[in-house]
Write a protein that binds this ligand. Structure first.
Ligand code: ZN
Length: 412
């Protein structure tokens, strides 16, 4: 019998069991507070010994992989923050498809109607921190792997499907050290041909093929402190910065409109200056967040910002690049997009369309390393990082089926 027909029949005949299996798995994973924050914020979360504590969910993932006889690798840059990669299919010389979910979550925050770590089922939805981002989709791909194994379809694959539970997606420390996908790729611990990352929402209706770059700049204006009663003796750094801010607001980026990503953006997100009303502020600092489109370079952006500084008479500014991530975009027509569109149309009756976004996912890291990677997955995009986060159970079941079909197609 045709493998894809076997899978479809299995999902049809066992839909209740698959659904329940997923709920049990998600409920167990959501109980684990794998909260990832930057080091500076760690003291606000006394239940955490280290950032993320992804090992808590990794234990569940490994137990399930063992139970189902699925081989896996475990890689950790530091103890307590492992990455677990389940492997289906023996032919590592064939194509390799990576389906990663992340185990860390953002803090629960305020405003919940129920306990964020106790999953509640309501009107076909699962509510709880991480149900969508990203433990629900992770459970969905784990169940897909279980079924492929159970039906022995893994033995028919002419390549390898990697079901990955990864660490460190939600927060980046200023040191830039990555414990998840960046670590795995930098150390060449995995070498995927393709990747589908279920971490964008859009209810499977869009495929993320492009993401803007992200740069954070810190700009410091330096004046001279003086007593507040004799401002003429000082140089007010806040006034100086105000003039620069004015210029930055008027600044037009040098770029070409990207067909998918459109225009770059700039946000002045923080301003700090001064210590007391009776002191002329000696320094003032701003942080700006720039989302760039392909064609824009770090050097080009710095040059433009400095030109703004030059327009401020007697201005003294220091420009620091806090982080720089390149924009990326792949061709909207490719074999991964093709299979996603083909099977989503067949199973769900609509065709997901390629799109670009301003945020960054694993797709960026992978694409910049030469992997054909797209973002695509279940869930409402409004449910990310908010109180009462939710995901529709049926979408997770559908996504598991589509995962199986896409994997079979790409790896045969
Ligand atoms: Zn996420």
């Amino acid at each position: 019998m045709d493998l894809k027909a076997t899978i479809k029949t299995y999902f049809k005949e066992n839909s209740d069991e698959i659904r329940n299996r997923m709920i049990v798995l998600i409920t167990e994973m959501v109980k684990e507070k794998t909260v990832n924050v930057v080091s500076e914020k760690l003291p606000e979360h006394p239940y955490l010994k280290i950032r993320g504590e992804e090992y808590r969910v990794a234990e569940i993932v490994k137990r399930e992989l063992d139970k189902n006889g699925i081989e896996y690798d475990e890689f950790a840059r530091m103890e307590g923050r492992p990455n677990v990669i389940g492997k289906l299919g023996k032919n590592i010389n064939g194509k390799r498809l990576l389906m990663p979910g992340h185990m860390d979550i953002v803090p629960a925050g305020e405003g919940w109607d129920t306990d964020p770590y106790e999953v509640v089922e309501k009107d076909g939805m699962l509510i709880g921190r991480g149900t969508l981002d990203n433990k629900g989709p992770l459970a969905s791909i784990m169940v897909a792997a279980e079924i492929l194994k159970k039906l022995k379809i893994d033995e028919e694959l002419n390549g390898q499907l990697m079901i990955a539970a990864l660490a460190d997606e939600e927060a980046e420390d200023p040191d830039g050290i990555d414990y998840g996908i960046g670590y795995l790729m930098d150390e060449k611990l995995i070498d995927p041909t393709y990747s589908i990352i279920p971490d964008i929402g859009e209810n499977m209706k869009s495929i993320d093929i492009a993401e803007k770059g992200r740069t954070v700049f810190k700009i410091i204006a330096t004046g001279r402190q003086a007593h507040g009663s004799t401002p003429e003796r000082g140089i007010n750094a806040v006034y100086m910065m105000a003039k620069l801010v004015n210029e930055i607001e008027k600044m037009k980026f040098d770029y070409e409109v990207h067909p998918v990503l459109g225009h770059p953006s700039l946000n002045l997100g923080e301003i700090h200056g001064g210590a007391a009303p009776n002191i002329v502020p000696g320094t003032c600092m701003i942080y700006i967040d720039i989302r760039s489109v392909p064609g824009m370079t770090k050097e080009g952006v710095i040059k433009q910002l400095k030109a703004c500084g030059d327009k401020v008479e007697n201005g003294k500014f220091e420009f620091q690049v806090m982080s720089w991530k390149e924009p990326h975009a792949i061709e909207p027509k490719n074999e991964v997009v093709d299979v996603i569109q083909k099977y989503t149309k067949e199973i769900l009756g609509f065709v997901p369309e390629p799109m670009g976004q301003g945020g960054g996912t694993y797709a960026k890291t992978l694409t910049l390393k030469g992997v054909l990677a797209v973002g695509w997955g279940p869930g409402d995009d409004e449910a990310f990082h908010v109180a009462n986060e939710y995901v529709e159970i049926q979408q997770l079941v559908d996504f598991a089926l589509l995962t199986c079909l896409c994997a079979i197609d790409l790896l045969q």
